[in-house]
Ligand binder design. Structure first.
Ligand SMILES: *[C@@H]1O[C@H](CO)[C@@H](O)[C@H](O)[C@H]1NC(C)=O
Ligand SMILES: *[C@@H]1O[C@H](CO)[C@@H](O)[C@H](O)[C@H]1NC(C)=O
Ligand SMILES: *[C@@H]1O[C@H](CO)[C@@H](O)[C@H](O)[C@H]1NC(C)=O
Ligand SMILES: *[C@@H]1O[C@H](CO)[C@@H](O)[C@H](O)[C@H]1NC(C)=O
Length: 498
């Protein structure tokens, strides 16, 4: 018995020694294992790991990740990196509100510890997911040298690539799994720029060799001009502005809404804004959450007609946030080349309207939660914020079209999906730029289904490029349509028809 114990112990020591000395890593996965989570009494459906990867020892530049193993077959299922946008938004947005392993219920009183339940539509049902706080300065990621908080798209991509190489050194057992990169909103920039870095690394023989297969972008920005010009047609098509105003603004702006060339155009655009500015821009079907009111608007006290309430309902047992902010900039400040203004700047110090991020804020600023998920305490990282104004990010990668062309031409698979009721990055832009790549259509525009119901529309192109809409979903698709989101996610990852 003693010898056997010694043998096991010795192996463990040897493994620790090998991992830490040969790979230069401080924390081995064993130390990263998350064993309990305050607020959750249930059973973990798979293994969870979390911690920091130091990508620059001299600066102490540490990126935080939370890794959820697949609940099905972690040794075979794909590994998917998830990135939220902003810029400046934490990927706990995705973890808490979209497709993470738990559903969160607001604690009572507000601000106390939330209750967590297993999420039946977690993306960990069919894949292992890495939630990464990026770039450094966002969420729990931080640096010992504040100069790292001044960054850009390209630097972010190379930093995230450095993170991935180190991450796979810590988790070598996942190197053989198919690997995908995914994200939303401003991650429409992060995903293709990172995918390009990873693809170039593979071509250059960088090790460890990542088994990169493709990428996925939800309601993502891609091209300043195309996205910028897609908004007014969306507003018209959705019945938010009249035929008359649509005709007037089109004439006054000569169809160019992105760069108003005359006062007449600016004036008409202002009128358009007036018509839509009370709407929840992240989902035009959803009511606006008013923070002065202590409780969320429920179907009971909503003044919306029943048909609208039904449209806004999701299968999540818990209330959807009534409005979020920070997934992209407001449409009055579209993506442009150069420094992207931070949220505090854009809002001019005003209170953010319609925002409810209480559950994530309460949970992630609880010191016991931080300890349990291996995040530093508040004294080190500052308070957790859904979207931070701490970083300064320059949009220095231009249009994404050249990246999508290069990646799809190299054989990487791409799924561009869009909640069709998002007014922040509307589907009209994504539909247009995917078409503009000029690939032959191989799967002509058709409905796709979940449980015998139309869940949205799909158009498949050559080179494994797919454009997909999710009917009735807003900016953060899995938050509004978790069942449909898990369905297309699963089918796409498995290479099946959606
Ligand atoms: C977890 O268990 C504690 C103690 O039994 C209880 O007070 C709490 O309400 C439970 N939380 C949930 C989410 O079930
Ligand atoms: C932070 O990093 C910059 C760039 O590497 C360097 O010039 C500067 O001296 C560093 N500051 C500190 C306080 O270490
Ligand atoms: C702007 O609108 C005014 C009044 O409708 C019109 O007279 C004028 O020609 C317009 N200017 C331009 C540059 O279109
Ligand atoms: C993609 O970009 C790389 C690096 O610039 C280049 O070497 C390669 O030829 C491009 N591939 C395609 C298919 O355009």
């Amino acid at each position: 018995m003693a010898r056997k114990y010694f043998f096991l112990h010795y192996n463990k020591l040897l493994l620790t020694f090998l991992t830490s000395s040969f790979l230069g890593i401080q924390g081995v996965p064993e130390n990263a294992l998350v064993t309990q989570i305050p607020g959750f009494n249930g059973t973990f459906q798979s293994k969870h790991y979390a911690g920091y990867v130091n990508i620059d020892e001299s600066h102490g530049k540490k990126l935080y990740y939370y890794f959820v193993e697949s609940e099905r077959n972690p040794s075979k299922d794909p590994v998917v990196l998830w990135l939220n946008g902003g810029p400046g938004c934490s990927s706990f947005d995705g973890f808490v509100y979209e497709h993470g392993p738990f559903n969160f219920e607001l604690g009572k009183p507000s601000g106390s510890l939330p209750s967590l339940h297993n999420n039946p539509y977690s993306w960990s049902k069919v894949s292992s997911v890495i939630y990464l706080d990026s770039p450094v300065g966002v969420g729990f990621s931080y640096s010992g040298n504040k100069s790292d908080y001044v960054t850009g798209d390209l630097k972010t991509a190379s930093d995230t690539h450095a993170f991935l190489l180190k991450w796979f050194e810590i988790y070598p057992e996942f190197l053989k799994n198919p690997f995908y990169i995914s994200g939303e909103s401003y991650a429409g920039i992060y995903v293709p720029t990172l995918a390009y870095e990873v693809a170039q690394g593979i071509d250059a023989g960088v090790t460890p060799a990542i088994n990169f297969k493709g990428y996925m972008v939800g309601n993502g920005v891609a091209d300043d001009k195309i996205d910028g010009n897609a908004l007014v047609p969306f507003q018209h098509g959705m019945g938010l502005i009249s035929d008359e105003l649509y005709e007037e603004v089109t004439v006054a702006c000569n169809g160019n809404f992105y760069e108003p060339a005359s006062n007449n155009c600016t004036e008409k655009l202002y009128k358009v804004d007036q018509e839509v500015n009370e709407l929840n821009m992240y989902d035009i079907l959803e009511p606006c959450y008013h923070s002065k009111e202590p409780s969320v608007i429920t179907t009971v006290n909503s003044r919306l007609p029943m048909s609208f309430r039904k449209l806004g309902e999701t299968e999540r047992p818990l209330p959807v946030r009534k409005r979020m902010f920070g997934r992209a900039w407001p449409f009055k400040a579209p993506v442009r080349e150069g420094r992207v203004p931070t949220w505090p700047e854009l809002l001019n110090g005003l209170e953010v309207p319609c925002t409810d991020d209480r559950v994530a804020t309460a949970w992630l600023n609880n010191e016991d939660v931080r300890k349990a998920i291996h995040a530093e305490q508040t004294t080190v990282t500052g308070p957790w914020e859904l979207c931070t104004g701490k970083i300064s990010l320059s949009h220095d990668s231009g249009s994404m079209i050249k990246y999508h062309k290069n990646l799809t031409a190299q054989g990487y698979r791409a799924l561009i999906y869009s909640g069709d009721h998002d007014m922040c990055v509307p589907f009209t832009g994504s539909e247009k730029w995917t078409r503009s790549l000029g690939y032959p259509i191989v799967d002509e525009w058709r409905p796709w289904h979940v449980n015998g119901q139309v869940a949205g529309y799909i158009q498949g192109y050559d080179n494994n490029l797919i454009f997909l809409t999710i009917k009735g979903a807003g900016h953060t698709v899995p938050e509004y349509k978790p069942r449909e989101a898990l369905a297309f996610y699963t089918r796409w990852l498995e290479g099946k028809n959606i």
